[in-house]
Design a protein around this ligand. Structure first.
Ligand SMILES: CC(C)(COP(=O)(O)OP(=O)(O)OC[C@H]1O[C@@H](n2cnc3c(N)ncnc32)[C@H](O)[C@@H]1OP(=O)(O)O)[C@@H](O)C(=O)NCCC(=O)NCCS
Length: 210
């Protein structure tokens, strides 16, 4: 299946979501990979991982980029040769990419009850507004919070950032599909504008530096 969804949050940002329904052989014949990517693809253990990796290259093609336009730094953070910002996520049968003139992070998570088991690992001040007794909303909010913390982490890309202790998601309502997050470390404090939306059983979250 081709592109599943395109979002234009502002004039200099595009988000492309791909539904990975193609086989490995269909995907691999459609993309030309650089040497690093070929090595990464070969080292991947599962075909699902390989298909996700290849689907991101298909997404890049849609945005007018080749695999050769993409490189990774020592932390694994992706960058584009033309200086635009890029962030990548893949989850089960979906992959998504954000490309922007602004520094941005993206994450896509499957909504599942299992997340409540690890909520204590990544929630802190968020307990002030979370309502575990309202299970449906609780799971959805936890999924957003997790996605926010992943997206913010992908922007800052710094060792030692703790989801629980350093990234705070301020109170938000699911209906507004927006939130505010603050990253506070010993050296700095920074805010992030958050946007999220459901896609099938998944939650897509993206963040911009404020
Ligand atoms: C790196 C990390 C953000 C990836 O997120 P994920 O949910 O596992 O996986 P996703 O599919 O959403 O994202 C993977 C993509 O993130 C990008 N990425 C990897 N490392 C990155 C980094 N340091 N900075 C920014 N982006 C990064 C890559 O593009 C990668 O995909 P690709 O290699 O195929 O291009 C995550 O594994 C991580 O290390 N998180 C911080 C650790 C932590 O605190 N965990 C929770 C504690 S409760």
């Amino acid at each position: 299946m081709p592109l599943y969804k395109t979002i234009h949050p502002n004039s200099s940002t595009q988000i492309l979501v791909w539904h990975i329904t193609e086989s490995f052989s269909d995907l691999v014949q459609d993309v030309i990979l650089n040497e690093n990517s070929r090595a990464r693809l070969q080292s991947m253990k599962s075909q699902m991982q390989q298909r996700a990796f290849l689907s991101v290259r298909k997404v890049l093609q849609q945005a007018g980029y080749k695999d050769f336009d993409l490189y990774y730094d020592a932390f694994g953070k992706p960058h584009l040769q033309d200086g635009k910002y890029i962030s990548i996520t893949h989850s089960h049968e979906f992959s998504a990419v954000i490309i922007s003139d602004q520094s941005a992070g993206i994450d896509m998570e499957l909504q599942r009850e299992k997340i409540s088991r690890i909520a204590n690992k990544f929630c802190n001040t968020e307990w002030e507004y979370l309502t575990p007794q309202n299970k449906g909303e609780y799971i959805q909010k936890l999924t957003v919070i997790w996605g926010v913390k992943e997206a913010v982490f992908k922007i800052k890309n710094q060792k030692g950032i703790s989801f629980k202790n350093h990234i705070q998601v301020h109170p938000f309502e699911l209906e507004t599909k927006t939130a505010l997050a603050t990253l506070t470390t010993a050296n700095f404090k920074q805010q992030f504008a958050i946007f999220f939306e459901p896609i099938d059983d998944f939650t897509l979250v993206y963040a911009f530096e404020k």
